[in-house]
Design a protein around this ligand. Structure first.
Ligand code: PLP
Length: 395
């Protein structure tokens, strides 16, 4: 008799965004005339930049003509785009062969799909608080999960400890939800740990474009030794407003081998079986991000989000509230005021000043007592929200 994948029964229902939506719509029903200041969700608010839009239009025209029409694209990505992305890493001193870059439909797809390369008997370590997909993708495959909590004492940047029995390690830097960023020295400890143990790091670099401190690493491959223990998963969602357009890339070095198997070659085999590539039109749009014009335009948008972060950070500073993130990441992770749990603080902000954020508890148990603000919202709303937060918390 057919057996479904019973591991799905082990998934915990994620009530986080559902609860937020429920509470918000109940409030709006009771207070239809009140404007809400939305700083909860991690979705972008600015449209695609001009360079991308122009490239997308041109690609659509290409598909309309016999001599420029494209059918199936190479499964691992357009060779030119793979070269372009490798060159983007090159600017930061990271040498990649273009065949180590795989064009993807986005990071979420890859974070789960990549698990195909590893036996279900492996143990996965998730540093928490964490982007919820890491845990859920592993629960679906029945893997044992180790939860490594982090906190204010280590700046939400925990380091490996002797005896940790982790085979796969998720590291997200800059981090969602905490906005904390690992230094090169800290990442080196994780790289050394992984190489010594024979583990593999799945490095989520979805927010690398928000790093402004020149000493902080954008890529795990800036760390010596990473080529033999890491896979990097990147997204154009927040970098270039591609949340609804969809594209990303994954880097698997040719030096990454385990038990005589080459993980780059395995992923080529996987992609050529499981996908027929990303569309020609999207890859053309994505390529425009890496031109000088595209880089200038996406960074102008990122700067708008960074200004939102500045406005919020100044408000929290004035209130004497502890937080991390905001400077090199689009999230601000604050300690709830004395006596408030995450959800209580959510209710307090909604009812008193109509500001919506995300309760930290939704990202793992150690997030209780913390609260996340996204800086992807409307700049005018963010300014009003910051004023309201100040007025409320300084009362
Ligand atoms: N990784 C992290 C840490 C994220 O926060 C997100 C989206 O919010 C993703 C991956 C998903 O990115 P994508 O839109 O490319 O699927």
């Amino acid at each position: 008799m057919l057996q479904p994948n019973m591991h799905y029964a082990d998934l915990k229902e994620s009530y986080l965004f559902y609860n937020i939506a429920q509470k918000t719509s109940a409030y709006t029903e009771e207070n239809p005339d009140k404007h809400l200041y939305r700083m909860g969700i991690g979705d972008v608010s600015l449209p695609l930049c001009k360079a991308v839009i122009h490239a997308l239009y041109t690609a659509v025209d290409d598909q309309a003509k016999q001599d420029s029409f494209h059918g199936y694209m190479p499964e691992c990505g357009d060779p030119n785009l793979r070269e372009t992305i490798a060159a983007y890493y090159g600017k930061r001193g990271v040498k990649l062969d273009s065949e180590e870059v795989f064009v993807s439909s986005g990071a979420s797809d890859e974070l789960g799909d990549i698990l195909d390369l590893f036996a279900a008997s492996n143990t996965t370590l998730v540093i928490e608080p964490a982007y919820p997909a890491y845990v859920d993708a592993n629960v679906m495959t029945g893997r044992k999960i180790l939860h490594l909590p982090s906190g204010k004492d280590n700046g939400f940047l925990p380091l490996p400890e002797e005896g940790m029995e982790a085979d796969l390690l998720y590291i997200c830097s800059p981090n969602n939800p905490t906005g904390a960023v690992f230094s090169k020295a800290q990442l080196k400890e994780w790289v050394d740990f992984a190489n010594k143990r024979g583990a593999v790091i799945l490095f989520d670099a979805a927010y690398e474009a928000f790093i402004e401190d020149p000493d902080l690493p954008h890529s795990i491959f800036e760390i010596e030794g990473a080529r033999t223990c890491a896979i990097e998963i990147c997204s154009l969602s927040k970098t270039a407003g591609f949340t609804g357009t969809r594209m990303g890339y994954t880097v698997i070095p040719k030096d990454l081998e385990r038990a005589g198997m080459n993980l780059n070659a395995m992923w080529v085999r996987n992609r050529t079986t499981r996908t027929n590539g990303v569309s020609y039109i999207l890859q053309k749009g994505g390529a425009a991000i890496f031109t000088d014009e595209g880089q200038e335009q996406i960074h102008a948008n990122i700067q708008i989000y960074k200004n939102n972060a500045k406005v919020l950070m100044e408000a929290l500073d004035e209130c004497g509230i502890w937080y991390c993130g905001g400077k090199n990441a689009p999230y601000i992770w604050m300690k709830c005021p004395e006596g408030f749990g995450s959800w209580e603080f959510f209710d307090h902000l909604l009812h008193e000043i109509q500001v919506i954020g995300t309760p930290g508890e939704g990202f793992g148990a150690c997030g209780e007592g913390y609260f996340r603000f996204s800086t992807f919202g409307d700049p005018e709303d963010t300014k009003v929200a910051a004023e309201r937060i100040k007025k409320l918390l300084l009362k």
